[in-house]
Every structure is written in structure tokens, then in C-alpha cells.
Design a protein around this ligand. Sequence first.
Ligand code: ADP
Ligand code: MG
Length: 606
Amino acid sequence: MSSIHILSDRVANQIAAGEVIERPVAVVKELVENSLDAGATRIEVEFRNGGKSYIRIEDNGKGMSPDESLLCLERHATSKIREAADLNEVCSFGFRGEALPSIASVSKFTLRTRSKDWEHGTEILINGGKMIEKKDCGMPVGTVIEVAHLFNSVPARRKFLKTDPTETAHITYNCRLFAVAHPNVAFRVLENGRTVFQSPACENLRDRIAEIWGRNLADDLIPVDVSDPKTGFRLRGLTAKPGVGRSTRRELVTLVNRRPVDSRTLSLAVLDAYHGRIQKGRYPPAFLFLEIQQQEVDVNVHPAKREVRFRDDGAIRRFVLNAITETLAASRADDIGQAVTPIALATEAKIETPASPAAKVIGIEKPDITILPSPSAPICPQVTATTPTAAIRTAPQAVVSTPDVCSASAADKTTPGWHLIIVLKKRYALFDTPRGLVMLHLRHADQRVRFERISKEFKNDNATSQRLLIPHPIEFEPLASAALKSQLKQLNAQGFQVEEFGRNFYRIEAVPTWLSPEQAESFIRDLVDLIRQRGGMRKPSALDSDAIARLAVEGSYRRSDSLTDQAVEQLAKDLLSCDTPHTSPFGRPTFSEVSWNEWERRFGND
Ligand code: ADP
Ligand code: MG
């Protein structure tokens, strides 16, 4: 007998099962995807013991005829593709025709299904890949699949499963993702007989998120809708208000053509956009739907299809970064927290500037995304107009953390309606605002205001300077002197007047008005250090002006200084008219709000 032989289907299925369904959540995913592919509008997921002992997925999709119900259990039986070339256009979730036979090969598997052309349904029982029974049954149109004793027949695999709570967490998380991805499908998820969550079909993404993840999170998000007509890329959904960060990236959800994916390209682009807008080490919650042509993405990278590969990674990254950056920049203080969409770039060609009133009017209506009618709906690149412009640069580095309930938001910029109640510990100022109580951090706020003022002066080359009564001499060691010399012209164009008057000797004759003369020497020394850290001889660029401004505000207001109430009120006003009011130039929060709603929640409504 030859030592090479063809594996039986049963063994081949068990091996494939190892790849396609490494754990219970994978079974749930495959089955829910099948239900979605079958056009279900109602899906129920039930499981016990982290899915190890029991999983049931029930749907009202199109179901299967008796013949199809047998065929679907054959290896590589699929109704979704015929040729490899079709892979370029797959719009369905499944296409390998592997899931059902694989699952059935490693469990006690029951399929009940009925299509609308049949009076009765078909019930098939399979145990460890062996067909036990097939009979007719009465049931409504749709499909019910039960998977019991997963991996019982494959002890080696069973050993790799995690504890019940861990497997449960994976299943519920993935069901939440499905529910977010498909707001038009009603979902119900039960664990050990208890409802984990349920949501009727609701087209509005914000409501859906509120049902599944809670109102608090939903209220912390602003709408995104940006398209690029050139590439046909479109990014829609909801993304964190500036200043709102979470300690894990679980709520940073990215979907490509409505398929939840893990993509470094996408999550890094999002994180980049929030650079300086949330504290370092925290993650913005976001639910972002990227719509691109099917040919732009390869979903056939990973058997469980969770990872995707983009044809042009760089283009996707730039697009997403710009889209979020623009949305955040447009949202600024005056829009935040008022359910006003920051900018509806995607809607009309004429809406081009964030400040355009038209953008706001559009946003006041339910700004949330409308979902494509079906996963297979084509993407229409011609819907849109504005091309994302260059990303707005923001300050890096963030340190402290704020409680998530107190997300930053702000009132109208021109009439802030912020009334100072009291200054506390020489450090904070408490304001009564139309939306709630706001605690302002004086130093962070002052840094932000000064930073923007200074960097604007730099960018516009219109710094005003003040002459020192007596020029201040200053000596440097040779390398430092060379560094200063390389930047002297640029510096002197910015309100400084620093003259060289001998080898390594300089004289400070004037400084910009934002710098106090007593601080002139230490500031210039710090500046020289900075120039050296940054490579010194590099051509001065716009980035340097931000760095200089950041350096300048390090010596901002301190606790030892005292501000009059009037100055504190002015500070709040100035802050609200900043471009990036929510964080200091070092990424720390400038203020934190507890809304009146939140107070009501805390005390309970009588
Ligand atoms: P794939 O999804 O890759 O095609 P599966 O093994 O998951 O492979 O399913 C095989 C086939 O069984 C599908 O192509 C589909 O025709 C049918 N099928 C599976 N689940 C359902 C369901 N819930 N409702 C209707 N048809 C289904
Ligand atoms: Mg499938």
C-alpha cells in the first residue's frame, strides 16, 4: 500500500476546523455572518459556558431547501463564489464554504432550515462529522444552528480554550461589533439564559451605540462623514470628541465595507489624528466605517477574515488621518457637545469650509451615518466632493489622565455663557455653564492660550518686540554657539534681537512682548538646547515655531501667581476661541465638564 493517501473529508474538515474556528467566538462569527449573508433582519445568539458547551444562532434569513441543506455541509460548498476571480468582488462575508463542515466535524451539530418555497423545513444532525439523522421538521422560514460540545472530539484543541468568562467576553464583544456594523438588523444575545443585550433594528448609529455600549459613550462622540471623490474612499461614523479617551482600544472600532477589522493602518491613522487631543496612552472611542471599492482591499488574508490588506496602505492611512483631523478641527469648541456635526464634507461640493453655516445646518438633523442598504451594495465614489486637505498639526506629549465622565466640551465661543463661581486652590476655576459645571485648569488653559497666540505671531511674522533697557550679554560654548548662530536670522525675525559681538558672545537687545525680559536669558538657553536636540543645522521650519511656542509657555502661569477674577474670565474666553481648546500644548486637558444631565443621573430624577 502506498504511504501517500488522500485524507478523508472528515479528517480534512477537522484540520480545517483548527484554522477557521480556533475558539467558540469564531463559530459565532461564522454563523452570524452566514445569517447576514442570508439577508436576515433578526438574529438571535445564545450560548452557554463561553460557547464551549452550547451555541445557538437563529435567523429569519432566506433559509435553505432540503437539497441545499445537505450540500452546505460539503467541503467547499458555497453559494457565494464560483471562481477564484470572483474573490476580487466578494461582497458577502463568507465565501470559502468551509465553516459549516468544519464546525460540524468538531461538535454535535444540528441544522434546521427552511426556505420560502417549501412547506416544511429540514433538520440534520451531525456528530463529530458523522451524519446521524436527516428529517423534515416544521418551522418558519429561516435557519437555526445549534453547536454543542465544541471540540469534545478533539481534546487537543479543547485544551487551548480559555476560561468561560474569557470566551464569553470574546463572544459578547464580537456580537456587539456585529450589531454596530448592522444597525438595520435586530440582535439579541443570551448567555446562560440571560439577555446580555438586545437591540431592535435602528438605522441611527448613535442610538445603536447607546443601546449596546451605553448612553455615556454615545454622547461622547461626534459625527464623521468625509469622502474623497478622487479615490472613492469614504469614512463615516462617530468619533470621540477631543479630550475623550479610554484606557483600552476596545471602543476604537474600525470597519471596512461594514466588516469589523483589526487593522494597524486604520488604528494608527486614528491615533495620529488624536495626537495632542487626548492624553498619551489613551485611546479615542470611535466607530468608523471605511467604504472603499472591493478591489482596494483583500479580505482573504486570514482564515477568520479579521485582518485585511489594503492595496494602497499609504493612501488609506492619509485619507483616514485627514478625515478625522478635519472633523476634529471643524468641531472645535463651539460645536462640541451640541450634537452638531462638525462638517459634512461628504454631502455637497459647496460645503468647503468648516466655518460655513451650511455645514452646521446639515449637521443639526440626525447627523449619523446612514448605512448602505446591503453589504453588497456598490460604493458610489461620485457622491462627493471636497478633498481632504493637509492634516492640522497638533501638539504632542500628554501625561495625566482625566475621568471619562468628565469629557471636555464647551459652550458657544462668542457668548460662552460661562460664569465664574470660584477659584480653587489657586489652580482651578469652577464655572457655571448652560451645559453643566466646568472645572478649568488655569495653568493648562493659560498655556494653550499663550501657545496659540505665540505660534500665530510666528507664523504671520508679526511679533511685536520690546527693547531691553540694558542689553543682556550671554556666552555659549562653541557647539551651542554654532547652533544659535544657525537659527539667529529666523529668531530675529520673530521679535528677538540677538546680536553676535565676538566669538561665542552674544547680546540680547530685544525680546518679543510675550516674553518677560527677566526670562530672556534662560529662554534663549533653553531654545539653544532645543535647537541642538533637533539637529540644529536643519532648515528652520514651521514645526520649529511650534516647538519654540511650546517652550515659551512652559513658564506659564504658576500657582504662586494670582489671577484676578476678571483675568480668569478672560482666560476662559480666550481659551474657547482657540483652535484646539481642549488640551494644553503638552496634551493635558484644559477643562473638564460634568453636565447637568450627569448630575441628574447621579442624584436620580424625582
Ligand atoms: P460560506 O459562507 O463560505 O459560503 P459556509 O460553510 O459558511 O460557507 O456556508 C455554506 C453555504 O451554506 C453558504 O454559502 C450558504 O449558501 C449556506 N448557508 C449557511 N448558513 C446559512 C444561513 N444561516 N441561511 C441560509 N443559508 C446558509
Ligand atoms: Mg460562511
